[in-house]
Design a protein around this ligand. Structure first.
Ligand code: GLN
Length: 298
């Protein structure tokens, strides 16, 4: 057998032997040949041009070594949008669509009855959450924050390509939105423990987007702690977290004085998102914490 694949069929067989997922193999071969999947199937015995064979060989090797297909292709589908991705940003996960669906549910009944609800996405990465919301709920005024310049550059580029208006801000969590309040705050922050045994599997993605302290909760704690200063009365904070962190996040929200703690499940059936409302109260005078301390029942 020669070093390089001789046909599409040969490339796909090699991919299988290397343990590369069939869909990924199709996408990678299709990207090199710039052809859709249907074309690949119809031409699977055609000889491959040598330069294409070389590029396909290299991509399959890299994929087999664990590099995410999204980085090799340079893009990833999220919530029906094609987003540019690169190693500066986490690859958007289908599970995160759960958070977006929940956000749209909340926006369907905006707490402050404003025509243009203000939405904040913290740690936006590729811009996935912010852009999905801006696309699906065009009335929303979306602001997105990331501490990584590379990530924010990628997110801004995605916004421009998709023609979606989002206010992109560089900084750590709430730092760039000091003094501002929102109707809805969303985040899929880093939530993996620093010594989690699964981290080697994620070695191609930015460590700063993945880990958060010894228990994985340090960024979630910080967001929950500071969110009330940035929420309108009745505003919602919705968070994505690890499959086993739902109870811990719910407790943090209650301890901070949030009300109506609820969960949403991901495609695998795990309670993947936890959220709550800040002081849905009369006249906007009681904060959530005061409301609890005074025995106030919404
Ligand atoms: N918000 C982005 C996403 O959901 C990035 C998340 C992150 O980097 N932790 O894909």
């Amino acid at each position: 057998m020669s070093e390089l694949p001789t046909s599409i069929d040969d490339a796909l067989q090699r991919a299988r032997r290397l343990g590369v997922d069939r869909l990924d193999a199709h996408l990678l071969v299709g990207a090199v040949l710039q052809q859709p999947r249907s074309w690949l199937l119809a031409h699977d015995r055609d000889p491959l041009p040598p330069d294409a064979a070389e590029r396909i060989h290299a991509l399959l090797q890299r994929r087999a070594a664990g590099e995410p297909a999204a980085y090799l292709l340079g893009h990833k589908e999220f919530f029906g949008l094609t987003l540019a991705v690169n190693p500066d940003v986490l690859v958007p996960r289908p599970d995160t669509e759960t958070l977006v669906h929940w956000a749209l549910e909340v926006l369907a009944q905006p707490p402050s009855h404003t025509a243009a609800p203000r939405v904040l996405d913290l740690g936006t990465g590729s811009g996935a959450i912010a852009l999905a919301v801006a696309h699906t709920h065009p009335q929303a005024q979306v602001t997105a924050v990331d501490a990584s310049e590379g990530a924010l550059r990628t997110a801004r580029l995605n916004g421009e390509r998709l023609g979606l208006a989002v206010a992109w801000r560089l900084g750590s969590w709430f730092e760039p939105v000091a003094g501002e309040r929102f109707d809805l705050i969303l985040s899929n922050p880093p939530y993996i423990a620093e010594h989690d045994p699964h981290l080697p599997d994620l070695r191609f993605e930015p460590r700063s987007a993945l880990t958060a302290g010894a228990d994985g909760l340090s960024d979630l704690r910080r967001i929950i702690d500071q969110a009330p200063e940035h929420l309108q009365a009745g505003g919602w904070l919705l968070l994505e977290h690890g499959w086993d962190q739902a109870d811990a996040v719910a407790q943090l929200l209650r301890d901070r004085g949030f009300l109506g703690v609820a969960h949403r499940h991901d495609l695998g059936g795990h309670a993947r998102c936890t959220g709550a409302q800040w002081a849905p109260c009369r006249a906007g005078t009681l904060s959530g914490r005061d409301a609890l301390n005074s025995g106030y029942e919404p």
